[in-house]
Design a protein around this ligand. Structure first.
Ligand SMILES: Cc1ncc(COP(=O)(O)O)c(C=O)c1O
Length: 416
């Protein structure tokens, strides 16, 4: 029995509008893109009507290993034979195993893990750890960054997502991303932590100056603040290394992981923190609770994800595909120099910056015609995010580049 396509597309849309989100349906109708995800496999998504698209969004990295990765499915199936969600009060063999694997791929003394269900929850937890450890309140983040929509994560992001929900948790301030001087002015004796994505995705895949994170490390260490790095999108291979921050040779105090840790199959997120920060949670082991966080079945998805990430040739594959894109982007930039401002890329964390804020939504629209699913950066809609699954082959990379060429041609015509 198939679960996909029991209803006709129109009926699904109607039902979704009635019971889930009338606003989304109105938005997509206005944009003439009523995409209903049907079958999904590897790098591909199919509309319920059968239209085949290469997924160039990967849900921000959830599908780093492709859709319905067979190995992750097998791991979760096996876990389901003996395990369930578990209970997060007692000692758990399976959470211990998953945490050990994550510690093995983490830099410096980052050795300890608090599991969660969502990325926002994990950011909340990282901020709790920072505030409790430093006994300070201040959280400094990037203007236009994004860390999730939960309580402590929300004020660290763009105000357009938080204004209607005031009053927000106090103690937050923002600096322009990549600006060392502004950061040096902002961090003081009240700063608990500086919180940045390695490459802010929602801000438009912004690549910081080469020495930026070294300076962030220096300033935070000097002033007794912690450095929290949000690797929800940039982690687990996306940038060509285990963590995006590794590519800058800097060890933060806390790394937050999400999305891809699920293998696209079972939600699980993790806050990874240094041994030196353990005192508070050691003294207060029951102060932070997440019923489903680190569900034991999910631990097996995470263990499999880490195993695949460490497999010989996996990171090399990402770097090879990244270099195909690098060359292709050069050609696209010169062929479409009237609309492309720059290409931003670290590994397979990629974005195309164009001349105005209509461009990336139009690229998403044209993508349906050219066979790719792309999403624009919400806090800078002149940037198309290009985040295909890490497991695509060279042929699929070429197909994406061809499709982008077609989209950019259409964009030029539309703007003419
Ligand atoms: C960089 C970053 N941090 C945190 C989050 C929040 O994750 P979640 O939606 O799982 O709460 C996201 C989600 O898109 C993200 O992109």
């Amino acid at each position: 029995m198939s679960l996909i396509g029991k209803d006709e597309k129109e009926k699904i849309i109607e039902k979704f509008a009635r019971h889930v989100s009338s606003g989304k349906v109105e938005f997509f109708k206005n944009a003439s893109t009523e995409f209903v995800v049907g079958k999904r496999e590897g790098a591909y998504l199919f509309d319920i009507d059968g239209t085949k698209l290469i997924d160039c969004h990967s849900n921000g990295g959830v599908f780093n290993l492709g859709h319905r990765n067979k190995e992750v499915i097998e791991a979760v199936k096996e876990a389901m034979v003996e395990l369930d969600i578990g209970n997060q009060h007692p000692i758990s063999e399976h959470r211990a195993l998953a945490a050990e694997k994550l510690a093995e791929i983490s830099p410096g003394s980052i050795n300890r893990v608090v599991f969660g269900v969502s990325g926002g929850e994990a950011i909340d937890t990282a901020i709790k750890i920072a505030r409790a450890h430093t006994k300070r309140a201040g959280i400094i983040s990037a203007e236009g960054g994004y860390h999730g929509h939960t309580g402590f994560a929300l004020p660290a992001g763009d105000p357009k997502y938080s204004e209607p929900f005031k009053p927000l948790a106090p103690g937050y301030s923002k600096v322009p991303f990549g600006d060392t001087e502004a950061l040096a002015k902002a961090v003081d004796e009240n700063t608990a932590a500086v919180l940045f994505e390695t490459i802010p995705a929602t801000l438009g895949i912004v690549i910081p100056p080469d020495d930026y994170f070294k300076e962030v490390r220096r300033i935070t260490t000097e002033r007794g603040a912690l450095m929290i790095i949000d690797e929800v999108q940039t982690g687990l291979g996306r940038c060509g290394d285990y963590w995006g921050i590794n590519t800058y040779n800097v060890v933060p105090d806390i790394i937050v992981s999400g999305k891809g840790l699920s293998g696209g199959i079972y939600p699980i997120t993790a806050v990874l923190y240094k041994d030196e920060l353990n005192e508070f949670l050691h003294q207060n082991p029951f102060i932070h609770i997440s019923t489903f966080g680190g569900a034991e079945i999910g631990c097996y998805a995470a263990i499999k994800v880490v195993e695949i990430l460490r497999r010989e040739g996996f990171l090399e594959h990402i770097r090879e595909i990244a270099s195909i894109f690098k060359n292709g982007f050069k050609e696209l930039s010169s062929a479409h120099k009237d609309v492309v401002v720059e290409v931003r890329q670290v590994g397979m964390m990629m974005g195309i910056k164009m001349i105005n804020e209509m461009c990336a939504p139009l690229i998403s629209f044209f993508g349906f015609k050219h066979g790719i699913f792309t999403v624009f950066a919400n806090n800078d809609t002149s940037v198309s995010q290009i985040l295909p699954p890490l497991i695509i082959n060279s042929n699929e990379a070429s197909l994406i580049l061809e499709a982008l060429d077609g989209c950019l041609l259409d964009l030029e015509k539309a703007l003419a």
